[in-house]
Each structure stands twice: as structure tokens, then as C-alpha cells.
Design a protein around this ligand. Structure first.
Ligand SMILES: [Mn+2]
Length: 354
């Protein structure tokens, strides 16, 4: 297994790549979504009004752009393992079954080709209407750390999604209307359409297309269904499409938050048969509908036990911290990441010494 760090578009700087290296990471997972307005996602917490705006419809990531990103990362002695998430403005009508669906499908196929030709092995995505939504933030972590909290008593879980918004980002001006409520079957059929179009391209290009589970994992949110809110539905993704190009962006925190989950059993089963693209290695206290994110060493998951399972199965993919509580200092995000990566590095070294 390999240690990695996830960086957002505006944080893919030389300084942060040196930081990753200093923490012992060897791999980078890059998020390229450009946020025109709104809060910086790496520090944003209460995001009930969305992550911001994205109007990049006509600005697909080019092969040149992806190759230069890979080279920049390699210039620091690191490897670019994955791109995480499509830009919502590149595929909103695939999620919403809207009029631009066919055009956006062709665009996404080209993006996957570009990712493959740029020598990036993994493409992560998250097929969701509401997206990551409903988090609040409070100093409720260890040592009063500012932590992500999900508590259905504090939000209106049925707040409808405005037209012009999907995946918790705004891609078009709002018009006072809301998107229609659809059935779970309809949402699955939209995912089917997406996979039937994308998997053949991913196979051709040698790209692993990996899905993040719904965060937070509730069966419905904002008046619409969510696909991967329990392990049965999440496993259906892999049983329905046995292609080697179809896999998990395995978020240990989100899987642990599912009411029915056994995170060790899932990790064991899917790391053994090579269906995990990469892992969000983070910890949590509680399950939906009430949980808080936690420091890697203090949550409900025994992280060393999880690492032992991955070692037993010779898992060769990358682990990134995903998110962590913020630490009280001038660099709350960096300190949180450095703590998580240091823990992971120490635990892995310790397992390898036995
Ligand atoms: Mn995650």
C-alpha cells in the first residue's frame, strides 16, 4: 500500500507538493474542480448553501493540461495516482437526465480518454444529486477541534434542490424552481447509462473508474434518493458491472457511517479481488443520522486492524487521509493532514517490521 495526499485545484502548488513529500506521501490524488465563487473546499465546513459556483461547461480538461499536472507532480518525486471527481458543470445533465446529456456523455468519454492518455491510472467520481450536503461544523472533536458534524436534528433533510444546482454546486443561475423528485430506480437507470457509456472507454484506456459512496449515507436527502447509502446498494455497483475498470473509491469514513456496515469485511473482500482504486483513510464517531468526523486514531474504526487486512491482501493502491478535524494553529488543514499522514506512516512501518 502507498501513502498519498489529496489536493484541490488551487492547492496543487509547489509548496503543498513539498509538504506532501515531507509527510512521507509518495502519491497525489488531484481534484480539479474550479470554484469560481464561494468557500475554499479544503477549509469549508458548513456547506448547506453549496460549495460554490462552477461555469466550466466549455472548458474540458485537456490532455496537455493533465500531462503538465502529472509532470509538475513528478517534478517533486511524487506520482499522480488519480483525478477525483468530474466537474459538475461537465456532467450535470447526465446526473439530471437533462437535454445536454448526450453531448456531456461524449465530453466525459473524451475526458476519460485524456486521463488515460496522460498516464493517470484512476478516475474517481461521485454519482449523486444532492452531493456532499448537510454537514455542519463545530468544536466538538478531541481537544475542541473544529470537526465535521452530521446531525439530522440540525438541518432540514428535505430541503429541495434548486434548479441550476447539482452535486451541491451551482452551474446555472437559479430560477426559483426545484428539481423534480425521482425514484431510486430512475437514479439507478441514470447510473446504468453513465456506466454503459464510460466503462468501455475506461477499459480501452486502462483507467479504473471508481465510485465514492454517498456522504452522508442516507437513503434520501433533499427530497431525492441517494444510490450508495448502505453496503447492499454499494455492492450492487460491482456485482452488476464486473468489469475490471469498475471499482470503489473506498471511503472508510462513509462506509463506517452506514447503518449496516462492516468496514473490515468490505475492505477484506474488495481489496482481495482488486476492486478498490484508492482509499479515503479516515475515521468517524457514530453512524447516520448522527456522527462526527474524528482524528484518525480516536474514531470507531480500528485503523491498525484495517491496515492489517490490507497488508494481508497485498493491497497495492493508495491511501489518502480525505479530511480530518482542524488543529488549533496557524495552518489548521496542514496540521490535520500531517498528523494523519504521520499516523499512517508509523502504523504501516510498524506492520512491515513484524
Ligand atoms: Mn470520502
Amino acid at each position: 500500500m502507498k501513502l498519498g495526499l489529496g489536493l484541490y485545484s488551487e492547492s496543487l502548488t509547489d509548496e503543498n507538493l513539498r509538504f506532501a513529500n515531507q509527510c512521507g506521501a509518495t502519491h497525489i490524488v488531484a481534484q480539479l474542480v474550479n470554484y469560481i465563487k464561494g468557500s475554499n473546499p479544503k477549509v469549508a465546513r458548513g456547506n448547506l448553501d453549496g460549495w460554490g459556483e462552477t461555469y466550466n461547461q466549455d472548458k474540458l480538461w485537456t490532455l496537455d493540461q493533465l500531462v503538465s499536472l502529472r509532470k509538475k507532480i513528478e517534478g517533486h518525486g511524487l506520482k499522480l495516482e488519480a483525478i477525483e471527481n468530474f466537474d459538475p458543470s461537465h456532467w450535470y445533465d447526465i446526473l439530471l437526465d437533462g437535454p445536454l446529456k448526450v453531448k456531456q456523455t461524449e465530453n466525459l468519454k473524451q475526458l476519460i480518454r485524456n486521463v488515460g492518455k496522460a498516464g493517470i491510472p484512476v478516475m474517481g467520481y461521485y454519482f449523486s444529486l444532492a452531493g456532499v450536503w448537510g454537514w455542519t461544523t463545530a468544536p466538538v472533536g478531541r481537544g475542541q477541534s473544529n470537526s465535521i458534524l452530521f446531525d439530522t436534528n440540525q438541518i432540514d433533510v428535505n430541503a429541495e434542490i434548486p434548479e441550476g444546482m447539482v452535486w451541491n454546486m451551482t452551474y446555472a443561475p437559479k430560477n426559483g424552481k426545484f428539481i423534480p423528485k425521482i425514484t431510486r430506480e430512475e437514479l439507478w437507470s441514470r447510473l446504468d447509462y453513465f456506466l454503459q457509456n464510460m466503462l468501455p472507454i475506461a477499459e480501452e484506456e486502462g483507467v479504473k473508474l471508481v465510485a465514492h459512496p454517498d456522504d452522508p449515507p442516507l437513503p434520501t436527502l433533499r427530497n431525492n434518493p441517494r444510490l450508495f447509502y448502505n453496503t447492499t446498494e454499494y455492492e450492487k455497483l460491482l456485482t452488476k458491472y464486473p468489469s475490471e475498470a469498475n471499482g470503489y473509491e473506498f471511503c472508510m469514513g462513509t462506509v463506517q457511517e452506514m447503518q449496516d456496515s462492516d468496514v473490515y469485511q468490505m475492505l477484506d473482500k474488495y481489496s482481495a479481488n482488486n476492486r478498490i482504486g484508492y482509499i479515503h483513510f479516515r475515521n468517524v464517531v457514530g453512524k447516520v443520522p448522527h456522527y462526527r468526523e474524528a482524528f484518525v486514531d480516536e474514531g470507531d474504526i480500528d485503523m491498525v486492524k484495517a491496515l492489517k487486512i490490507l497488508k494481508k491482501n497485498n493491497y497495492e493502491g493508495v491511501l489518502i487521509p480525505d479530511h480530518t478535524p482542524e488543529m488549533s494553529c496557524d495552518a489548521p488543514w496542514h496540521a490535520g493532514m500531517a498528523f494523519a499522514l504521520g499516523y499512517m506512516k508509523g502504523a504501516i512501518q510498524s506492520l512491515n517490521s513484524f
